[in-house]
Design a binder for this molecule. Structure first.
Ligand SMILES: [Zn+2]
Ligand SMILES: [Zn+2]
Length: 269
């Protein structure tokens, strides 16, 4: 079966502090989540991934940090797509890029239908005005994205149960952060409740989730200075071994990258 026959596909186009962009698509529609890389790279990704431009319904922006919004003005200019985000985030983008209100569709607390997919935003804990994570349903198939959060509350966890494909932040290794090059202030920011998720916390989140059969996980937003692919792999293998000893469902681990696409498809139920 080719990727395009799957119920939902998730393509992490770029992931990390230099820029984030993920595309979720069904057979009929697609949505871009965050545009923190250039418009040129995003349109090239659409081409490479064989996603026709007319299928793309909009761009969801999780929060206003530049690694999530850098490509927004050019994307609006070139593709004329609506920007879906929280009211306060929209205000920040309007000010920063001098964009008119018409470019935005505000997300509330309730779900929105985009093409044949249903998106449900939920609040996260990050030093931005109104940061969100996203769950996306197509029928009974569920994908979710949670990056840029300093902690995971019970409410956030509740949104993530039974997710078939989860993009989850594993930003830093605690030792590497402590002994790494960041200033004391930046270290505090990253570790704080409104910062980023450590590898260990990401694994704890994953172990606390109700996991469906064949769950796919893409670890994302990995820090270049304070983390390594090897460390994330090691921890996720340990967690998998633990799941086995507990007789619990495991997961298949994948890893987002700054330059390479990570593409995973999930079957309908
Ligand atoms: Zn951020
Ligand atoms: Zn970020």
């Amino acid at each position: 079966m080719t990727l395009q026959e799957k119920e939902l596909e998730v393509h992490v186009v770029a992931s990390g502090s230099k820029g984030n962009c993920t595309i979720i698509r069904s057979s009929h529609s697609a949505v871009i989540i965050d545009a923190g890389i250039s418009c040129r790279r995003i349109t090239k990704a659409l081409q490479d991934l064989e996603i026709p431009k007319h299928m793309v319904e909009g761009i969801v922006i999780t929060h206003e940090h530049s690694d999530h919004i850098a490509g927004v003005p050019q994307m609006i200019k070139q593709m004329g797509l609506p920007i879906l985000t929280k009211h306060n985030t929209a205000r920040r983008l309007m000010d920063k890029f001098s964009l008119p209100l018409e470019c935005f569709q505000t997300l509330g607390a309730t779900e929105v239908t985009i093409g044949d997919m249903v998106l449900q935003p939920f609040s996260t804990s990050h030093d931005a005005v109104d940061p969100i994570g996203i769950t996306c349903y197509k029928g009974h198939t569920k994908a979710a994205l949670l990056t840029d959060t300093g902690m995971v509350s019970k409410e956030m966890l509740a949104h993530l149960h039974d997710t078939d494909l989860l993009v989850l932040e594993a930003n830093y290794d605690e030792q590497m952060l402590v002994y790494g090059p960041y200033s004391p202030e930046l270290k505090r920011r990253v570790k704080g409740n409104a910062g980023h998720l450590s590898n260990v916390t990401a694994m704890k989140v994953l172990s606390a989730l109700r996991r469906p059969k064949n769950m796919e996980v893409i670890f994302a937003h990995r820090s270049e200075q304070n983390n390594s692919l090897h460390l994330v792999e090691q921890l996720s293998e340990r967690l998998l071994a633990w799941c086995k000893t507990q007789g619990q469902e495991g997961f298949t681990a994948h890893h987002g990258d700054q330059k390479e696409y990570t593409s995973i498809g999930i079957d309908g139920k």
